[in-house]
Design a binder for this molecule. Sequence first.
Ligand SMILES: NC(=O)c1ccc[n+]([C@@H]2O[C@H](COP(=O)([O-])OP(=O)(O)OC[C@H]3O[C@@H](n4cnc5c(N)ncnc54)[C@H](O)[C@@H]3O)[C@@H](O)[C@H]2O)c1
Length: 282
Amino acid sequence: MEKVGVVGFGVMGTGIVEVVASKGYTVIVRDISDTVLQKGMEKVRNSLNRIVAKGDISAESMEEIISRISVTTSLESLADCDIVIEAASENLEVKLTLFEQLDRLVKSNAIFASNTSSIPIGRLAGAVERKDRFLGLHFFNPVPVMKLVEVIKTLLVSDEVLNKAIAFVEKLGKKAIVCKDVAGFVVNRLLVPYLLDAVRAYESGLASIEDIDNAMKLGCGYPMGPFTLLDFVGLDTVLSVAEIMFEEFKDPRYAPPPLLRQLVYAGRLGRKSGRGFYEYEK
Ligand SMILES: NC(=O)c1ccc[n+]([C@@H]2O[C@H](COP(=O)([O-])OP(=O)(O)OC[C@H]3O[C@@H](n4cnc5c(N)ncnc54)[C@H](O)[C@@H]3O)[C@@H](O)[C@H]2O)c1
């Protein structure tokens, strides 16, 4: 694999693009507006600048990495990619439409991967002819830091594609774990009920947001508390993930608490919008 396409240049797309370009691949990323693409490139630059400041890479290497990245609003520009990683909003219709279009445009031997946090991959693969070349590659946030990628194996993906994808993940310096195609996969199966329980605990008046965060940090040794993590992931993304997992399992542990919904309706999406459970400087 030489040329990588990424669709969606938000929280995850920017991280994926940075890591892929840093490992020497040519990458082209598609989002829906020039403004989003510009903001995304700024985010990648800022992140690489921090690595330069730490002395881990030189300023020249950073420019080389940047020069391997191109941005576009046209899906057609991804036609000659060897692998396309979809990291668009967590919305079934958006993803199905994208894959239907990509299947017509992108060369037939390319691999398709979705970074969805919760939608069963087989549901998305339904949108394409190349079901044997379709799998899940679930990266974690922030992508340049987090070492895990869940590789999700559908019933129809070929062993050849699965092995190629694992080799690709390892080339990115990540640890691949293979899991079955069940909504939420491994990490969100366990993490989402915990995050939603934290919101329910706060809603019930158990303790303040800060104290619940401190309890889990200082009492359990977690690197950040649940509300800091919720804001970091994005409350809209967590809400969509919870809805999809609730739909799949009909288990109340995945039912989104009213407060989470209220915050999303109010545009308080977490760090990315400047305010979620906490407030952030712009
Ligand atoms: N945020 C996390 O911590 C996290 C972690 C792992 C996986 N994910 C998954 O990654 C995916 C992206 O999440 P995110 O947090 O980056 O969301 P985000 O809201 O930050 O970014 C989504 C991006 O997709 C773009 N987009 C929407 N429709 C598009 C289209 N048709 N073509 C191209 N781009 C389009 C939006 O403009 C936006 O820039 C979701 O499936 C999410 O579940 C998120």
